[in-house]
Design a protein around this ligand. Sequence first.
Ligand code: 5GP
Ligand code: ZN
Length: 113
Amino acid sequence: MDDCLFCKIINGDIPADKLYEDDDVLAFRDISPQAPCHFLVIPKKHIVGPADVAPEDDAIIGKMMRVGSELASKEGIADGFRVVFNNGASAGQTVFHIHMHILGGRDMAWPPG
Ligand code: 5GP
Ligand code: ZN
């Protein structure tokens, strides 16, 4: 999609520190990490956010979870990591291409801010 930052990363127009890529998903380190390990997993299909996931997207969302968890193990944070999807600006979503944050490497507080 034009004017989408994460579609530009998928297309290679903007560089990213990639951890994993296949035909369906891409994972890359967050440019502004909020934990010692902080990466994003995104579908290559442009979906705006969690509220826009359609039944046909069920498989890709599940794949994002599996790939993210496997990468968490590779990154050495399998014993404890936070998975976050922000939906909408008031929840902190700033990029409107759905993305799964995975954060680890430090203790996490609850409730989140
Ligand atoms: P959101 O706030 O929408 O849930 O998360 C968007 C995330 O994308 C933020 O954590 C932000 O640091 C990250 N981000 C924004 N621009 C870029 C970029 O150009 N490259 C990378 N790797 N991450 C980005
Ligand atoms: Zn996009």
